[in-house]
Design a protein around this ligand. Structure first.
Ligand code: GDP
Length: 294
């Protein structure tokens, strides 16, 4: 995950690591290299600039300190700022309610259905009793896919192939969850190839009807800057509570992920890094920053 950003940053630090003392010149050079590393890794230019301006101010403020290693000092400053940029402290995942309702939204192919399965699997391991809901009324294959995953992880799946109203499917699923003592309902909604009005209205209607404690926006981290625009469109309409980054195991440059957090100011809650049901991690900004700069 984030290997490419990691490698680029490592080379940005190469110069200053060999030097005896942190000073204005080597700070300026390193900061320039860091900015380039971020932009190369797909971080939006303005965000990269804001970021390196902060790093520069901090480094200049600290330069009076007699540092043993200017390289380490810069790495530490960048790590702290990167943690902040990725959301600061880890955020809560709210599954209160009887049942708690989690709405999953995103474009088709982003990894929504796979993530829904993984989340159910994760909650099961936390001794919760989840119910998966197939609310895609357009693609029968999506319903089949969720049933396959449900079987694999031994979690019940609610679907109704005759019903062409996603809101009523969601409501019926919650009634079923209550009847069967399920305490978390995960609603996998329909996705389109691009943001469109019908899809947005449908998912917004589900939101008002079921009052979810979490609305998770699932985004493919390989889609670069487009991911940022998609996130903005979904957030404007849904005011989602968190972001799920998928396909971080792939050849992603990772920067888009950082830009999303900055642009919509919503926490990344989970990262998905593979097709298997256990390839899911809770996202901790500090650990991720440490790993990137490892
Ligand atoms: P949906 O249309 O948003 O429901 O997307 P799917 O869950 O069907 O995922 C689309 C494709 O991406 C499928 O082939 C998944 O197996 C794959 N996929 C989903 N998440 C990941 C991931 O984290 N890593 C990788 N490598 N593939 C993934």
């Amino acid at each position: 995950m984030f290997e490419s950003l990691s490698e680029r940053l490592e080379s940005a630090f190469k110069n200053i690591k060999g030097q005896g003392r942190i000073n204005e010149l080597n700070i300026a050079n390193t900061v320039k290299d860091i900015r380039r590393a971020l932009v190369d890794a797909d971080v939006n230019y303005k965000i990269a600039k804001d970021f390196t301006d902060k790093v520069k101010d901090k480094a200049l403020g600290e330069k009076v300190l007699l540092s043993v290693s200017p390289g380490q000092q810069m790495v530490k400053i960048v790590q702290d700022e990167l943690t902040e940029l990725m959301g600061g402290k880890a955020s809560e995942f709210n599954i209160t309610g009887t049942p708690a309702v989690i709405l999953i939204a995103g474009l088709q192919g982003s990894g929504k259905t796979t993530f829904s399965g993984k989340l159910a699997n994760y909650l099961k391991s936390q001794k919760k009793s989840p119910l998966l809901v197939a609310a895609d009324i357009y693609r029968p294959a999506a319903i089949d896919q969720l049933h396959v995953l449900g079987e694999q992880i031994q979690v019940d799946v609610y679907s109704d192939r005759e019903n062409k109203d996603a809101v009523s499917i969601a409501k019926a699923a919650i009634a079923e969850a209550k009847a069967k003592n399920k305490n978390v309902v995960i609603i996998d909604t329909a996705g389109r190839l691009a943001v469109d009005e019908v899809m947005m209205t449908e998912v917004a209607n589900i939101k008002s009807a079921v009052n979810p404690t979490e609305i998770l926006f699932v985004v493919d981290s390989m889609t670069g800057q487009d991911a940022v625009n998609t996130a903005k469109a979904f957030n404007d309409r849904l005011d989602f509570s968190g972001v799920v980054l998928t396909k971080l195991d792939g050849d992603t440059r990772g920067g888009a992920a950082i830009s999303i957090q900055y642009t919509v100011d919503k926490p990344i809650k989970f990262v998905s890094n593979g097709e298997k049901m256990d390839a899911l991690d809770v996202f901790y900004p500090d650990r991720m920053a440490q790993r990137i700069l490892g």
